[in-house]
Design a binder for this molecule. Structure first.
Ligand code: NAD
Ligand code: MG
Length: 390
């Protein structure tokens, strides 16, 4: 629809609307009402917040994954005319509804089926849900091509690379460099991390994010998942993706070119920048994020990652090199272990141990369909859950 400001209004569906990425996405929508209209919103269990957002943004449809809270949603939306539904299939239905773009911001492999549904109808996908790509990278990319969908990265590192990646001059690209903040335990030894509390792990020094990704950042598994994500998004082998620790989180990642040039994207650590970049692409949208003042910052520092005390990064490299569905095993084991840590049933260092054991004991075959990915994901989850209980 043409608005009087002259720009085209686009519809957006936000999967995981109540989360950290979801609410930042809606913040951008609220700042550009002439450009965006909300089609559908989804959440897992927070019915009250979902209803509040649906009313505020005048969504057409909302879906709650967990049916246990559906009556709260129904009651809150009574008389608004907003259609609502509950259950896993209702969330996928939200992704199927006609919208120009879908923000994929559900945490974990639970986001895979709805993201695929949006790809299959040829939508523009703004991908925050890295676990989906880690589990089904090849299948997702194939579906994007077949359905003429558009896949745009939202993860800050991948958005940075996307912004400085010369796709037409690929032969000039030497390698990618992902930056990592190092998380709250940067510089700690395994011995020091033995007794870390949940509160300490959730205290990220630079970014404010959902609980699962915050724990992944503390263990460096987040960088491992991002390495796999980068490999799929930019078609790069594992040995051409480096990681450098950069505690200030100002340089969001870099591309090394064969002539010695290094192109990087810089910005304050605020996800509204990469979210707005994906939402507006190929145009840029105004956000409240101020440009970085290098003089005020004074210095930016960089160091090698400590793979000995943070084994998750090496485990992710191992899974990516192994190929096939090893990444499904890595991701599922990590999701279950992080959930157990968040519920204070295992120690922080056990997360890496459960992932390592799963990679060693489960023989992943090739997954040739999304159903096979989902089935392997379930098998690994059950196996790791049984190990945690034992
Ligand atoms: P979050 O925990 O704040 O929000 C997750 C959202 O997904 C919520 O709306 C929740 O209701 C929904 N959800 C959770 N489990 C679900 C399930 N099983 N079924 C349906 N819906 C479910 O998480 P977040 O920090 O916003 O992260 C979302 C995704 O974006 C993750 O994949 C994360 O790795 C990625 N990401 C986040 C950030 C960040 O800054 N937060 C940065 C880069 C990438
Ligand atoms: Mg990131």
């Amino acid at each position: 629809m043409m608005q009087n400001s002259g720009c085209v209004q686009r519809s957006i569906t936000v999967l995981g609307a109540t989360g950290s990425i979801g609410t930042s996405t809606l913040d951008i929508v609220a700042r550009h009402p002439e450009r965006f209209r909300v089609e559908a919103l989804t959440a897992n269990g927070n019915a009250r917040k979902l209803a509040e957002l649906a009313i505020r943004f005048n969504a057409s449809y909302v879906a709650l994954s967990d049916p246990a809270h559906f009556s709260i949603l129904q009651e809150a939306l009574n008389g608004t005319g907003i259609e609502c539904a509950a259950g896993v299939e209702a969330v996928t239905e939200a992704a199927r509804r006609n919208s120009d773009m879908v923000m994929s911001a559900i945490t974990g492999s639970a986001g895979l089926a709805p993201t695929m549904a949006a790809i299959e109808r040829g939508s523009k996908i703004l991908l925050a849900n890295k676990e989906a790509l880690v589990c089904a990278g090849e299948l997702m990319k194939k579906a994007v091509l077949e359905n003429r969908a558009v896949l745009l990265p939202v993860d800050s590192e991948h958005s940075a690379i996307f912004q400085v990646f010369d796709d037409k001059g690929r032969s000039g690209i030497h390698s990618l460099v992902l930056t990592a903040s190092g998380g709250p335990f940067r510089g700690w030894t395994a011995q020091q991390m033995k007794a870390v509390t949940l509160k300490e792990a959730l205290n990220h020094p630079r970014w404010s994010m959902g609980a699962k990704i915050t724990v992944d950042s503390a263990s460096m598994m987040n960088k491992g998942l991002e390495l796999i994500e980068a490999s799929y998004l930019f078609d790069m082998p594992e040995d051409r993706i480096d990681v450098v620790v950069h505690p200030q989180s100002i340089v969001h990642s870099m591309v090394n070119y064969i002539d010695g040039s290094v192109l990087a994207q810089l910005g304050e650590p605020d996800m509204r920048t990469p979210i707005a970049y994906a939402m507006g692409w190929p145009e840029r949208l105004r956000t409240p994020v101020e440009p970085v003042s290098l003089a005020r910052l004074g210095q930016l520092t960089f160091e090698e990652p400590d793979e000995k005390n943070f084994p998750c990064l090496a485990l992710a490299r191992q899974a990516l090199r192994a190929g096939g569905s090893a990444s499904v095993v890595l991701n599922a084991a990590n999701e279950v272990a992080v959930d157990a840590f968040l519920n204070e049933r295992i120690h922080f260092l056990d997360i890496a141990s459960f992932v390592e054991d799963a990679l060693a004991s489960i023989q992943p075959g090739a997954c040739s369909s999304i159903d096979e990915v989902i089935s392997l994901d379930r098998e690994v989850r059950n196996s790791v859950k049984a190990c945690i209980k034992a």
